[in-house]
Design a protein around this ligand. Structure first.
Ligand SMILES: NC(=O)c1ccc[n+]([C@@H]2O[C@H](COP(=O)([O-])OP(=O)(O)OC[C@H]3O[C@@H](n4cnc5c(N)ncnc54)[C@H](O)[C@@H]3O)[C@@H](O)[C@H]2O)c1
Length: 368
């Protein structure tokens, strides 16, 4: 098994939900670069600026706007496109916002996922589905070990628990409508469904509220010291291209012509950094301030805010063993790439080209 992108995406029809967001934008650009025909389905970008506009994602991706909770619009987008692959990333992804709007968070993340999978039931062209959940889907025991895919699901706050629910919904749809035993069988079905649990993802082009890197960038640009809550909190930080490479590799296996072989991958996968790159918030803030220069500073915010996990690590052994997936970028480089991306944007560079150049540089790392 190799972790290089050997598969041919040329002409593959791929539906990406959440393409107007941070991860979905990078994924849509990467898939289009690999030659896929990509249709995106999402709400309007939630922030201004945003990656979708800045990197002109819509120039290479068919851009449909709609709500995943809206069955009729979603169904039309799915049926008319007849995708071979569905990457489901649309979500309400913010812990703090989930405290303010728990019902909306569950509606989008749980019912929305059920809507997407229900629509896939009537889409026989779909051979591979990857539902993107989160490292936060596990019942957090604040222990030193990384969570494995077999560990109990849970979630203290509405966002985390909604992602655990999304896992349960995905597993239920797989068992009920896309069972692995009937994949590719006569009278069976053709869709292999998996889920992907990745950690805290960082990269250029994220302007979300209440996330560490966007908060740092906003603060540095304004010249004010950045107030940081919970500097000792440990998270599985990774550059956005690392888990996206995992999602793409996973989809490649789910697409295997030998459907018995594909069935083996229709399960849950963690994608997380290596142990020595699992760092506290303060480490990131410090590195980012140093790299940024110009007197960039962070200070402790004594208000810890709402409850958030203090210690969270993922065990990605299954992805390594099954997919040959491993991290290729050290955290320090990821931070350098973010600073370079942000500087390029500030200087008025062509951010479509710049974002693609980072994807290309990452592809080179995969070849080493
Ligand atoms: N960014 C991270 O650190 C991180 C970590 C773990 C998991 N995730 C997961 O990755 C996925 C993408 O996250 P992101 O960071 O890119 O978030 P984001 O907020 O940047 O993007 C979310 C996307 O979902 C779309 N969306 C939201 N509600 C919708 C609805 N009701 N109907 C249709 N589209 C809707 C938005 O329009 C946007 O395109 C989410 O599932 C998130 O839970 C993100």
């Amino acid at each position: 098994m190799t972790d290089k992108l050997a598969f041919r995406w040329q002409g593959k029809r791929v539906l990406v939900t959440g393409h107007t967001g941070f991860k979905g934008g990078w994924l849509a650009l990467w898939l289009a670069k690999l030659g896929a025909e990509v249709r995106g389905y999402a709400l309007d970008p939630a922030t201004n600026p945003n990656l979708f506009t800045v990197a002109r994602v819509g120039s290479v991706v068919e851009d449909l706007r709609g709500d995943i909770r809206d069955a009729a619009t979603l169904e039309a987008a799915m049926q008319d496109f007849a995708p071979e692959v569905v990457f489901h990333l649309a979500a309400q992804p913010l812990v703090r916002l989930s405290y303010e709007d728990p019902v909306g968070t569950y509606e989008t993340n749980v019912i929305g996922t059920a809507r997407v999978l229900d629509s896939v039931r009537r889409t026989p062209s779909a051979r591979a589905v990857v539902c993107v959940t989160s490292d936060k889907c596990y019942e957090n025991k604040e222990w030193a070990w990384g969570y494995r895919e077999s560990d109990p699901l849970g979630g203290y706050d509405p966002y985390s628990s909604s992602k655990a629910c999304e896992e349960i919904v995905t597993a239920a749809f797989r068992q009920s409508y896309f069972p692995v035993a009937r994949l590719g069988q006569t009278g069976g079905h053709s869709t292999a469904v998996a889920s992907a649990r990745a950690g805290n993802v960082i990269g250029g082009g994220d302007w979300s509220a209440d996330r560490l890197i966007p908060d740092l960038v906003r603060g540095f640009l304004s010249g004010e010291p950045v107030r940081i809550r919970r500097p000792q909190a440990i998270r599985p930080w990774q550059h956005v291209l690392e888990p996206l490479h995992g999602y793409i590799r996973l989809a490649e296996e789910l697409l295997a012509a030998n459907r018995d072989e594909a069935a083996r991958f229709a399960t849950a996968y963690n994608f997380g950094p290596s142990d020595d790159d699992t760092q506290p918030v303060a480490w990131i803030a410090e590195k980012m301030s140093t790299l940024w220069g110009n007197g960039a500073k962070w200070i402790l915010d004594p208000d810890p805010g709402v409850h958030e996990a203090g210690y969270l690590k993922l065990d990605a052994s299954r992805a390594r063993a099954d997919l040959g997936w491993t991290p290729h970028m050290r955290l320090e480089s990821a931070i350098e790439w973010i600073v370079q991306w942000t500087r390029a944007w500030k200087s008025g560079a062509d951010m479509h080209a710049f974002t693609l150049s980072q994807i290309e540089a990452y592809e080179s790392l995969l070849q080493q």
